[in-house]
Design a protein around this ligand. Sequence first.
Ligand code: GLP
Length: 240
Amino acid sequence: MELIRFKDHAQLSGYVAGEVVTALQKKPSLTICLASGHTPALACELLVEQLLQQQVNYSGLFLLGLDEWVGLGAETEGGCQHFFRKKLVEPLQLRETQYHFFNALNSSLEQECAGMDAVIAQRGPIDIMIVGIGMNGHIGFNEPGTPFTSLSHSIQLAEITKTIGKKYFTGNVPLEKGITIGLGHLMNSHTVYLMANGAQKAGVIQQAVTGPVSPSFPASIMQIHGNGFVLVDEEAGTLV
Ligand code: GLP
């Protein structure tokens, strides 16, 4: 694992966008798995900008949505799939064959998980994962206690996740369960970028980077990923 520091969120986001563009130029059939949330939003916008401005051929790009709030559909503003569609699918006009997201309205979440695992198995390990970090160290909805070998699964959300999750929504949306790509897929992926910005993330970054490697703090998995990068802005990096 390597820790890379940036001055601010804009520089951090530009770096991630540039890394994806470079990787795509080397491997046109690139598979990326992306988190939603406030942290990667700007990186998505800059990625779109760079791909279009540099006229990069992204017709082979394949996008996987990392997670979703169970019970929310694609049209719910603040939901993960809504984010993936607004930030990447629509501006890049990706074809339906170029992405796969959890349908968190499916009455069988097991089926959704099996479907996601099948897509990953068919395409081969994820090339690039771009993830954030929750205030309890979660990645996606891999909450504390999730085994490092886990594949796609649904989970009862931690109280802190439900409380903080309200920031994405204007109305009162019930947030009880999540569905997510698992940490086993993260371990198998070629490259992982964990992004964090802002002073509120300094403590969890410290624990992720210097604390014990344990499923009780999922982001500590970054320490044992051979090609994992923890990217922080000045504020998130004050304790490491
Ligand atoms: C949410 C999502 C994660 C995200 C994390 C941090 O719970 N499930 O995928 O990375 O919280 O979000 P943010 O970037 O808004 O701080």
